[in-house]
Design a protein around this ligand. Structure first.
Ligand SMILES: Cc1cc2nc3c(=O)[nH]c(=O)nc-3n(C[C@H](O)[C@H](O)[C@H](O)COP(=O)(O)O)c2cc1C
Length: 323
């Protein structure tokens, strides 16, 4: 399904990181980025009745939800639910290498089952009007050739899905932890560039190891979009340059202090609704990245969490940011 949404810059789905609060913070910094939820398994939605995992803020749009699963009926049910909640896109996770996920027969192990992935995606797409996308790896274990990836995409694209987010590394299912799987298998960006050449009709978004907007610029000469994960979390303020650098729009984000104050207003509101202070505040750690008082800023945040004292320490926290 073709889509008018702009995915030139995406922030990667990251469990325990890109929750609704982090996404709210990121949206304060850039209006243009495309956001994704953490992976939500169909099992926890349907059988755990954890539909509150789907909660998000209106300000987050455009935002996609990432599902993990491989049971077609469950994926259909969850896709419908996600559309009702108001998400802009549904993404299927075919990249997570964790043991738990493998046992559930979803995530990266599905790279070996392109026909099943294709069936899942076409059923999901038939169930909803919003676009359905996939996030996958280059291959898994010793399936390392470009031909393997080419074959996977050739089959999966028959589902009608044309948005492919590719983490440019193999997944290693036995022997490496999820964390190691994000660092040890070598990045092969050239495979992703070649995919775009071989399938120009597909929207190809490259992911893995992208550190900053200058690197992004180089990738964008060859593919349709970039997805940044850890670098965006560790230093969210770098996203403020997306508008001026890539859209010729003056950034609306003036200073870190302004972002901090807007976010703290949000946190105070959410505390009243029963959200967890620590979960919300930890997303601020990266805001002081590179600043003179970065360490003191982080210590002050911990103090605020411990004493539940935003009001009392707001000003001090602001003063620890350089601008
Ligand atoms: C803490 C953490 C949690 C992650 N959780 C998910 C997830 O839920 N779904 C997913 O597709 N990828 C997940 N990833 C992988 C990222 O989306 C991304 O593919 C990977 O970090 C490589 O991009 P980067 O080098 O820009 O961080 C996670 C990564 C991290 C660091």
């Amino acid at each position: 399904m073709s889509s008018l949404l702009d995915r030139k810059f995406c922030v990667a789905p990251m469990m325990q990181y890109t929750d609704m609060h982090d996404r709210y913070l990121l949206r304060l910094i850039s209006k243009k980025i495309f956001l994704y939820t953490e992976m939500i398994s169909t099992g926890s939605l349907i059988y755990g009745k954890c539909y509150d995992q789907l909660e998000f803020n209106n300000e987050e749009h455009p935002v996609g939800v990432q599902l993990g699963g491989s049971d077609i009926n469950d994926l259909i049910e969850c896709s419908k639910k996600c559309e009702q909640y108001g998400y802009d896109e549904i993404n299927l996770n075919v990249g997570c290498p964790s043991d738990r996920v493998q046992k559930g027969k979803f995530g990266a192990c599905l790279m070996l089952e392109p026909h099943l992935v294709s069936e899942c995606l076409s059923n999901m797409q038939n169930a909803v009007k919003i676009p359905v996308s996939i996030k996958c790896r280059l291959g898994i274990d010793n399936h390392e050739s470009y031909e393997f990836l080419h074959n996977f995409i050739s089959i999966v694209k028959n589902s009608g899905t044309n948005i492919f987010i590719i983490h440019a590394r193999n997944g290693i299912l036995n022997g490496l932890s999820p964390r190691q799987n994000r660092n040890i298998p070598p990045l092969k960006y050239e495979y992703v560039y070649k995919l775009k050449k071989d399938f120009p009709e597909l929207e190809i978004i490259i992911n893995g190891g992208i550190k900053n907007l200058d690197d992004s610029k180089n990738h964008l000469d060859k593919v349709d979009g970039v997805m940044i994960g850890r670098a965006a979390y560790d230093n969210p303020f770098m996203l403020k340059d997306i508008e001026p650098m890539f859209y010729d729009i003056k950034s609306q984000t003036n200073s870190k202090k302004e972002i901090l104050n807007l976010y703290l207003e949000y946190v105070e509101e959410k505390i009243d609704q029963g959200h967890n202070l620590s979960r919300m505040m930890k997303h601020l750690f990266g805001l002081s990245r590179g600043d003179k008082y970065a360490k003191s800023f982080r210590i002050k945040i911990l103090e605020i969490i411990k004493n539940n004292s935003i009001k009392e320490h707001k000003k001090e926290l602001e003063e620890l940011l350089v601008y």
